[in-house]
Each structure stands twice: as C-alpha cells, then as structure tokens.
Unconditional design. Structure first.
Lengths: 284, 279
C-alpha cells in the first residue's frame, strides 16, 4: 500500500501557484516524510522553467503529472490585506484527484496549506474512506468568521474544508469523487437543492455536499481531519524565521502583530505567502 | 414485557389532534418491532377514532374528559393502560426503530424525562429562547414530550402528583419558586421541571444519556442566522413513499417533533397508511 501527498497547481496571471506548491510541498515533505506529487499543466510547467524553480520542483516532487489546463470562467476576489483583485479561479479539477494520484492512500492538500508538524501522519492508518477537515478556526478568533464559514448556506449543511483531504482508493471513494465531478458539472442544480450561492465555484462546497450525500443525508458522526488553523486573506504574512510565521492581523480596524509557531496553517493571503516564499524555502 | 406508548389529546377548535395522533401511531407501527409498537390513545371524543381508515393502530382507546384544564398529560400515570409507558406529544413522528431505548428504560428506570433536544441538522439545542424560565430559575431542562414511567413506581407517583398540584395552582407555585422569571403560561414542561426540583430527583430522572433523541422544530432554536418564527418558511418537509422524512437537506433519523400542526396533511396520512397496510 503506497502513501503519498498530492498538490494541484495551475498558475494564472495573478497567482503563482507553482511557487506556492513548491513551498507547501517542501514543508510537507520535510515534516511528514512522505513522497509527494504535483498535478499541473503545460503553461505552469513553462512558467516553472522560466522562473528557474524547475530543479527545486524536481527535487521536491517525485512525480509531475501533467493535465490539460482547466478551463474556467469562474472568477473570485483575492485579498492581500486591504488590496483586492478579481482573478480567475482555476483550481476546479480537484475532483480528478482520485484518477490522477499515483498513491493507494493520498493526502490532498491546497498549495496555501503549510505543514509544520507531523500531526497528519496520525491519519494514514485509520483512513479507509475519505477524511476531510471538519471546520476552520481563525488564528485571531472565531468572531471574525460567520455562519457561511461553517455552513454552505443559511439553512444548509456543514461546510467541510477541502484544504486537506485524505482518501484511500476503493470503490466507495471512487464514487465519492465521481459525485464531486457531477456536482461540479451540475453546480447550479445543486445550488437550488442545497440553497447556496452558485456565483463562484468552490471545491469546499462540492466536497461538503458529496460527503453529506455519501453519509445518507445526515451529519454522520464520522472521523475527520483536524480543524484547520486559518489566517484570513486580510491578514498579511510579513516575515518567516525558522518555524515562526510573523503576521500583521487585521482586527476591528486595528493591526495586531503576532506569530504562529510549529502549527500546520492555512494562509489565505496567497500574495503575501509568495512574497515570503524564499524565506520559507531557505528555512527548510 | 408490558410496554406501550401513550398519546393524550383533546378536541380543539383549530387543530385536529386526532389526525396528528393517528400519524404518530402509524409511524410507530411502521418503524417499531413487535412488542414495542403498542399505542394507547386518550381522547375526550372516542367515537371519532372509528372514522379513521385504520383505527386498529390504537391498541387501546380511552375516553377521558374529567379535567378541564388544558393539558391532560400530567395525568399520564393515571391514564396509561401499560405497566411501562412512554408518553409522547401528538405532533411527533417516528423515523426508525427505537426499541433498544425502551429495553434500557424498562431494565433500569422507574421514571425518565427527556432533557435535551436537537435541531433538524442534529445539533444539540443550546438556545434558551423559549426556556428563559428554566435558565433564570435554575430548573432542570426537562421536555415532557418523551416521558418514560413505570405504573407501580413510587417516585413516578410522587412526581406526577406534585406536577398536577403545580398545574392546578400555577400562580402560587410561580410566586414561590419561579419568581426570578415567571412564565406566561406554566405548562407541563415547567411543572415537571419544578416537580423534580422540589422532590430533589432531577439527577435521578434526567441524567445525561445519548437517548432519547428528539428533533424539536421550534423556529428560533434551529441555529438559523436570522430570527424565524416558523421553520417551514425556510425549510422543505419531504416525505417519501417509504415513510422516510427529510427536512431541508437532512434525512431525519430521530423522533421529529414538528411543532407546526399543519405539516401533517391527508397525503402524508395516506403514505403512512399504505406502509402500515403492507407491513
């Protein structure tokens, strides 16, 4: 039974997901000591060469899996502190993780999820199905999160966070990923059924609905991956020293400085992460 | 084992409680094992039962109209024909087999009153929006909608006798025991809670258990992000031909206390009857 980590990276003109994947993959490899593979496309591979990180990428990832670039007319706002940009959301092909992964058991992580511990290694041997992060906790406090950070709609099901997903290849998980693919294709119909806003495609919503359906339309008391420690995109990563991530947090129109040390963390401000990529890579 | 459910209703100008009790009895017959599916009905108009298509779902029909005050449930211990009884509210539905709960109560308890409830999303209800009296006066959080008792039990006898006294004398008991926050109406839940507190038995009859699980569909405690008097303004209520019930996107597997009395239609009754006839 092979085990490994999978990261998707499809660059757009605004976000260098390849660099994020390099950072995230390097940390995952260091702390989890597991093989790791990258799913990407030819344009991103060209950019990897052009930006001269190809040797680093090849060192970190044991397999580079090339797929057609995802086609999307899906846009979303990305914040970098108070700055805001409307950018294409290209990360829509995660439903293909089942078919693409070279591993029997896979930990699928977002490229903006940084691993600084071996906590996730505790789950490999208990995962015989699909495990998803149960919820999020804001690094500053839960008061900054709203109902729709925990549910997909006002009256709807709980939001699971597809930032971290672990699955074993079997018939049940194959159906699970097929269902996610179907939900993605029929997103507006599912938006009517589950009453969420379909304006922007979200992997989290598709994964949450698929999990809910596979659990028999109930909030089944099943196992989950750990709650995600999350830094919102209105916060800014300003420095990295060893395991210390130093942030400026936006709290009620005031700015707080703080650090996160030795914890796996989901950093939603991708631009500030890219600005600090070299620092993080040097510290590994 | 002599066990049965008990439903107590009376005629009402706006609500057909017999229809609700009939739906509940059908759902019990459709989901519970033999020996755990007996239902007794207490009503002030027994002749109406014969108008139902399947009156046999009520194993016992007891005509009773001796008390004029609004809630006859406080007389459940006097009225039940069973040695072991679970008294239910009429506006409830069973969605799966709960007979293992009964095995526990019969084996270990003389009296047990539900003390928690859940939203349609299976979240434990923590809001006291409708239960300020309980919080402010430090009453145990009892729900009379699921009350188990043994007929020959001393503790049950004392508990129900005092409960009846409280319901007959609401002003006096509110004045003495609920002065920090007087309820507008001292109902059965408050009377049972106060009775258990005065007798000092709240930890014996309402300790923490994983069951009974009852979904309590009062609008303001459903964890909606906005105020909602009626849950049905925001959620669908879907019965299928197998008698399975969804509220919103959630399959219901616990007892559902739907509260809004118009939710049970003739169509729902027909579906439940079809299943009962095929069983």
């Amino acid at each position: 039974m092979t085990k490994g980590i999978l990261i998707f990276a499809h660059n757009n003109e605004y976000v260098d997901y390849a660099k994020l994947a390099l950072v995230s993959g390097s940390l995952a490899k260091k702390y989890l000591k597991m093989p790791i593979s990258l799913v990407t496309d030819k344009h991103t591979l060209e950019w990897i060469k052009k930006s001269k990180i190809d040797s680093d990428i090849n060192n970190v990832f044991e397999q580079i899996i090339e797929v057609p670039p995802p086609v999307t007319n899906n846009n979303r706002h990305l914040y970098d502190g108070k700055d805001k940009s409307l950018v294409p959301f290209t990360n829509i092909n995660r439903c293909s993780a089942y078919d693409l992964t070279p591993y029997d058991t896979t930990l699928l992580i977002d490229s903006d999820f940084l691993i600084f511990s071996d906590a996730l290694n505790n789950y490999w041997d208990v995962c015989d199905d699909v495990l998803i992060a149960e919820s999020v906790v804001d690094a500053v406090g839960q008061h900054r999160l709203g109902h729709l950070d925990h549910h997909i709609s006002d009256t709807g099901i709980k939001m699971r966070w597809a930032t971290t997903v672990m699955f074993e290849k079997n018939e049940k998980t194959r159906r699970f990923f097929n269902l996610i693919s179907y939900i993605k294709d029929e997103y507006e119909m599912f938006a009517d059924l589950f009453r969420f806003n379909p304006l922007q495609y979200r992997n989290d919503i598709s994964f949450s609905i698929a999990k809910h359906i596979m659990d028999g339309y109930t909030e089944a008391e099943t196992y989950h991956l750990p709650t995600l420690l999350t830094v919102l995109d209105r916060d800014i990563l300003i420095d990295v020293k060893n395991k210390d991530l130093i942030f400026l947090f936006d709290e009620k129109n005031e700015t707080l400085a703080g650090k996160i040390q030795g914890r796996d963390v989901h950093i939603m401000n991708k631009q500030s992460l890219i600005r600090n990529a070299s620092n993080i890579l040097e510290s590994i | 084992m002599n066990f049965g459910y008990l439903i107590i209703i009376s005629e009402h100008a706006e609500v057909d409680y017999l229809k609700l009790a009939y739906a509940l009895a059908l759902s019990i017959k459709n989901t519970q094992k033999e020996g755990y599916d007996k239902v007794a009905l207490v009503t002030d108009k027994a002749e109406r039962v014969n108008e139902l298509k399947s009156p046999w779902v009520f194993n016992e029909v007891i005509e009773w109209n001796e008390q004029s005050y609004w809630d006859g449930r406080s007389w459940m211990d006097q009225l039940s024909p069973w040695e072991n009884t679970v008294c239910l509210d009429a506006d409830m539905l069973f969605t799966r087999d709960y007979s293992h709960w009964i095995d526990y109560f019969v084996e270990y308890e003389d009296l047990y009153v539900a003390n928690k409830s859940f939203t349609y999303r299976s979240e434990k209800i923590t809001s006291d929006f409708y239960r300020k009296t309980f919080t402010v006066n430090h009453l145990p959080n009892l729900y009379s909608f699921y009350t188990f008792f043994k007929k020959d039990s001393d503790i049950a006898n004392q508990f129900f006798t005092l409960g009846r006294w409280i319901l007959k004398n609401p002003n006096e008991f509110s004045n003495l025991f609920l002065s920090d926050y007087k309820p507008k109406v001292l109902g059965t839940d408050e009377a049972f809670a106060l009775s258990s507190k005065i007798l000092g038995i709240e930890n014996d009859i309402a300790y923490d258990l994983d069951f009974p699980r009852v979904v309590h569909m009062k609008g303001m405690v459903q964890n909606f992000p906005w105020p909602a008097n009626n849950w049905s303004d925001h959620l669908g209520f879907y019965f299928n031909t197998n008698g399975e019930l969804k509220i919103g996107n959630f399959e219901q597997t616990d007892i559902v206390h739907y509260v809004e009395k118009d939710k049970i239609t003739d169509e729902h009754i027909s579906l439940l009857e079809e299943i009962a006839w095929q069983k």
